[in-house]
Design a protein around this ligand. Sequence first.
Ligand code: C2E
Ligand code: CA
Ligand code: CA
Length: 547
Amino acid sequence: MSDKYVGFAKTVLIALVLATTPLFAINMILNQYAESRAMTEMEAMGQASIRRAEEAISSTVSLLQRLDRDDVQTCNAEDRTIYEKLIIESGMIDAIGLVDASGQRMCIIPDRELAGEIILPPVRSDGPLVGIGMLDRNYLGARAAVISWDLKDQTRLFAEVTPAVIALDPGPEYLRSYRRSELRLGNNLLWYSVGGYNSEGNDPGNMLSVEVSSELYPLAATVTSPASAAGHVVQELKVVAAAACAGGAVLFVAVGIWFSWRPESEANDEFVAAIRNGEFIPFYQPVMDIETLRLRGCEVLMRWRRPNGMIVSPGQFMAYAENNGHIFDMTRHMMRVSCDEVGELYGENPDFKLSINLFAGHFLDREVISDIKSIFEKSQISFQQIVVEVTERHPLQDMELARKIIAELQALGVRVALDDVGTGHGGMAYLQKLGVDIIKIDKMFIDSISSDDSSTTIVDSMVELADNLGMGIIAEGVEQEEQIERLLELGVTAAQGYYFAPPMPADEFIAFAERTEEEAEERARLAAEAAAAEQAASEAALADAAA
Ligand code: C2E
Ligand code: CA
Ligand code: CA
């Protein structure tokens, strides 16, 4: 049943939504977690480098202050020895020397070519005692810092801080080759920069960045890293989450399938229970004589009335019922219930016909004959009132047997109609071979008779053929008044369709039948009166003339 597929598709959709929604959420949470964790780690890196730089500067400044205090502040041999010793002891100072007021080096230990190099800006009387600058010399991306200390005589002691002292904290593994760390002095004097080698292709808009400043010196450390690198830390968790969600989805779909696509036997049990509970009921659609507007009878059309009151059309279940063989029981049930519901009406109106739909399978077994016999024998509906319909839509497998069954039914007085004529397999030859009594022209042709000439021609030839073979014709699916006019022109006298009435429950059909008959009798009475009046008038005229 198509409901099943719709249900299945819905289940899969819901499962996907339910599975991917948490995946999105988990991914977002993990990304946020990764970013905040990376930021924390980057901040720690920034703080560590600030701390190290502060320590290097502070201990160098205090070393220079000590020299000043101890009066070690010249370029003479005695002081040079002290500088040498200090360099070895401190481990973080590469050189110590003196500059003059203009910033030119006076001496440097260990000895180096001075070449009149200016290494510090000229001294300022209002400036701070401590000066910090940078040399170009660098080591692994870090430059040597120069720390100076002003002496009384406009000269300055200075020390070069080894770049190695800033030996960098590489940070956690996952950030190592992505993050870039920088330490700046003052506004823009780069002390060191390192990393960011893998920055190509990184979305610059999606960078994480942390800045840490020193409270003691004009130092600022910045650490940047692409957000994607931070994501590496949760990569494994993401895989786990995706696997969990996929597992969840599979489980959900499986459960969904179980519920929407229950095992066939269970669905079948439900169907059988519905049959046993009498949920399949007949509706009756009037068949009208369009010349006299009197009721000719009805067609029995099956409905499934669900326990919740919902009415289901045969399109939803008929194929299933046929494929599973339930249709045989269901058809017998239709016949019995029809006898109960409209038997009395039919007893009172011996001209009414009752059309029962059979399917191709009914013509593979004589059982249908005995069913009709046993059910209608005891009822108020006579065999002469029964019409069985066989559709042309589906082929009859055993034409010979079908013909015999039809002949036996006809021998009882039952009439046979070929349904949906023009839509199916048989063609005109079918009609002759089967020897049916009535043809029902499908709605498809009736729909277009007012607008489409070719369809009129088809109906024309059907009418002609039916006339030649002595068969009756019923037009199906009549919805408009003009269709009735055309049908009358074509010589069709029986029709069913929403124009008159849709299929309806027994009580409504009985009321419809009574109303239609009353109206017809009223019309007949008025017509008789009018005729009598005319007769009287013409007799009076004759009498006058005679007089
Ligand atoms: P069908 O035998 O051709 O029945 C006529 C269908 O046309 C019915 O649909 C009826 O409700 C619909 N119909 C009648 N007048 C109009 C109209 O003016 N406009 C439109 N649009 N439709 C109209 P329904 O009742 O849904 O039945 C569908 C089919 O199911 C039937 O087609 C018949 O082939 C099958 N069926 C119904 N009851 C039984 C049954 O008891 N046994 C078997 N074997 N088949 C049945
Ligand atoms: Ca029918
Ligand atoms: Ca039909």
